[in-house]
Design a protein around this ligand. Structure first.
Ligand SMILES: [Zn+2]
Length: 55
């Protein structure tokens, strides 16, 4: 399965969040949001995958 990534640069310098598959990518995005963007509403799995780029 192809890995996915996204570059987050909201309120900080660009950080690449990646995962080797959908589950890992979603988990890593959620961990980033929880630790860095705790005031943002939590997106759904579908919303997270919609912003993924294929590595
Ligand atoms: Zn971020």
């Amino acid at each position: 399965m192809a890995g996915k990534y996204t570059d987050c640069a909201q309120g900080h310098s660009s950080v690449r969040i990646s995962g080797k598959d959908d589950n890992e990518f979603v988990a890593n995005v959620l961990a980033h949001l929880k630790s860095i963007h705790s005031s943002m509403p939590t997106p759904s799995r579908e919303q997270i995958l919609a912003m993924a780029k294929t590595a």
